[in-house]
Design a protein around this ligand. Structure first.
Ligand code: 48F
Length: 262
């Protein structure tokens, strides 16, 4: 077969345009493809809803690739093995209560599970703002990360969704932009963004999962974004809380959709 470079280009443009167009009105838009965002995306898509996942970087997986201090192994509590097994991520017992997984295998397996469940993943895309209507978050404002990095004066595009998940990790960027631009009251003790506290793994793991949920109508927080928003502790390279948070936010959104349908 004779190769035509323009056909190659056209194939990319047309296929991407189809995918992008499908991603413009998902049921759920997730910001950030770290462990919590990926797990949430997988369970939501498996639950039959349309999911678009936006990730600023080229690589998917957030803070999981580097394990702890670039030692690319990650640690999970025994209870999280159920979720790892659900995605066929290989894990190995270290001692009672502690399991390890190869960071590369864990991330790549989660990525593959998300794609195969039907999640539309858009990497190299940054979420810079939200759409808010009558006291509810109803969508995202997105642009290419390359545009952001170059500081180009280029207007963004918009995505409409029934629910938005902030899974941006430590900076909780979506929550912060909501507060900064709209001066809203969040479902936190002070009504505003609290900021993350220093390392305390056990307390942080518990509070991440407990506080995962809707922090403003239409906007949910999962993963480290939860602790940053509610003033919880950081937990370092232990990932059980991240996967449980992703699982919990997916369940909450699926339940809400079920209720509004019935
Ligand atoms: O940081 P990240 O892995 O978030 P997470 O799911 O997991 C936290 C752990 O990795 C670790 C930890 C616990 O074990 O403390 O840090 O809560 O992934 C967040 C992803 O969001 C992307 C960012 O590039 C990263 O991959 N991100 C952040 N802001 C934006 C964004 C944005 N505005 N638009 C798009 N993506």
């Amino acid at each position: 077969m004779k190769l035509d470079e323009v056909v190659v280009s056209r194939a990319i443009i047309e296929r991407f345009a189809r995918k992008f167009s499908q991603g413009l009105e998902p049921d759920v838009a997730i910001v950030g493809a770290g462990p919590s965002g990926l797990v949430a995306a997988c369970y939501l898509a498996r639950g039959g809803v349309k999911v678009a996942l936006f990730e600023r970087k080229l690589s998917i997986g957030g803070g999981m690739w580097g394990g702890g201090m670039l030692f690319n192994e990650v640690v999970f509590q025994e209870e999280a093995k159920r979720v790892l097994d659900d995605f066929s991520i290989f894990s190995e017992k270290f001692q009672d209560g502690y399991y390890t997984a190869d960071a590369v295998e864990a991330v790549s397996t989660l990525c593959s599970a998300a794609c195969r469940a039907g999640v539309k993943i858009f990497n190299g895309v940054s979420v810079e703002d939200l759409m808010v209507r009558e006291g509810s978050v109803v969508g995202l404002v997105i642009n290419w990360t390359a545009v952001e990095m170059a500081g180009l004066h280029v207007d963004p595009l918009a995505v409409r969704a029934k629910a938005v998940v902030d899974a941006t990790g430590h900076p909780a960027e979506v929550v912060q932009v909501l507060q900064k631009k709209n001066r809203v009251t969040l479902k936190t003790p002070s009504g505003s963004f609290q900021g993350e506290r220093s390392l305390w793994a056990e307390a942080a793991e518990t509070s991440t999962v407990e506080n995962t949920g809707e922090i403003y109508p239409g906007l949910y927080a999962a993963g480290m974004a939860v602790n940053a928003t509610l003033g919880g502790y950081r937990m370092g390279p232990i990932f059980g809380g991240m996967v449980f948070s992703g699982e919990k936010v997916a369940r909450m959104i699926l339940d809400r959709f079920k209720k509004t349908r019935s």
